[in-house]
Write a protein that binds this ligand. Structure first.
Ligand SMILES: [Zn+2]
Length: 356
């Protein structure tokens, strides 16, 4: 998650190689796509001579395991749950996709779609794996991004844009504050405006599924010592966007809002991922919904507040919904687990989608 740690346990390389060996063992062609050093994507292809290609996607990375109360990387099964970092977010989906494809391939001629298996690096932090795959010419007619949705279909979710802001002042001895210029005071004016703007966003126009966009200042740093007038202060801002908002449509109003305030500076966003929305009656969505209904007796289609790789694919015209076993409430937690019964149900749902 951007902490710059190196070593085999900190990158996606070994998992990518494991997945690739698994594909090779099951006679599925694959390649590694180097995104960053030690951080590849894996692409597997199954050509069924079909007219359409279905992408099954999941991310290889997990969040860190620092505060976990269970052994993060030695999986344990207890009461029908498998515990470990990444079990829910999102190796459950990855395992379900792989198993479903392998089941479907056991009997030749069953596949309705060509299949692209895409497993990407760096979803949790910057989405660079998905962006790289797109840059390299990713092609599919529709996609499913595997995330723990409890077998519900997420057809719309918000995007996120994040940026840093700085204020500059002049340092001086705190006994003579009039000789300096306090960068923290300057930033407090910026923050007050942002706070008011966040309230306006919240009470403004709402998306029918996703509700209102949001803005939050999450990090602040400034000052060196209490006896020095601070000459700099910085904040980091998180703006959750609706599917029709872009990085530029978000940044422009912020600049306008702060125009008359002195001494602030805004950096280019260091992260911007689009929100997404797949139309309710998109054929791909209906096919997946039909499969879930047949296996589960019902289907839930909803929106989500969190961003995923699906935003990246939808932005380049690959309608991609989010679907997978497990509950997002367990993702990133100190005792992460996946419900194994739900994982089996996901296998059956995807297998049916691929073959019916
Ligand atoms: Zn995830």
């Amino acid at each position: 998650m951007g902490r710059g740690r190196t070593g085999p346990e900190y990158s996606e390389q070994s998992l990518a190689e494991f997945v690739r060996a698994f594909l090779t063992k099951n006679s599925i062609d694959s390649e590694l796509q180097q995104v960053l050093p030690g951080r590849p994507n894996v692409l597997g292809h199954v050509d069924a001579h079909a007219s359409q290609t279905l992408m099954l996607e999941a991310h290889l990375d997990t969040v860190h395991a620092d505060s976990m109360t269970i052994e993060p990387f030695t999986p344990v099964v207890r009461n029908g749950r498998l515990f470990g970092r990444g079990s829910c977010d999102t190796k459950g989906s990855m395992a379900a996709f792989l198993q479903a494809v392998i089941h479907a391939l056991k009997t030749p001629g069953r596949l309705r779609y060509n299949i692209l298996l895409l497993f990407v690096s760096d979803e949790e932090y910057r989405f660079t794996g998905a962006q790289h795959a797109v840059k390299k010419g990713l092609k599919a007619d529709f996609g499913i991004a595997g995330e723990p949705t409890q077998l519900k279909i997420v057809r719309a979710h918000k995007g996120v844009t994040r940026w840093k802001m700085m204020t500059k002042g002049i340092a001086a001895h705190s006994a003579y504050p009039e000789r300096g210029k306090n960068a923290i005071y300057a930033m407090s004016n910026v923050i007050n405006r942002l706070d008011k703007y966040a309230a306006e966003l919240y009470s403004g126009s709402r998306h029918p599924v996703l509700g209102a966009p949001s803005l939050s200042v999450g990090v602040i740093e400034g000052g060196q010592a209490v006896n020095v007038v601070p000459d700099r202060c910085s904040i980091e801002v998180d703006r959750r966007t609706l599917p029709d908002e872009t990085m530029h449509s978000v940044i422009g109003p912020i600049r306008a809002l702060l125009q008359d305030l002195p001494d602030w500076e805004m950096k280019e966003p260091h992260l911007s991922v689009a929100g997404m929305e797949v139309p309710e009656h998109a054929p791909a969505l209906e096919a997946l919904a039909g499969s879930i209904k047949a296996m589960q007796g019902g289907v839930t289609i909803e929106g989500a507040p969190y961003a995923t790789d699906a935003g990246v694919y939808n932005a380049v015209g690959i309608p991609t919904v989010v679907f997978g076993p497990g509950d997002i409430a367990q993702a990133h937690t100190e005792a992460e687990f996946i419900d194994l019964r739900q994982l089996d149900q996901a296998v059956a749902i995807i297998e049916r989608l691929l073959t019916t």
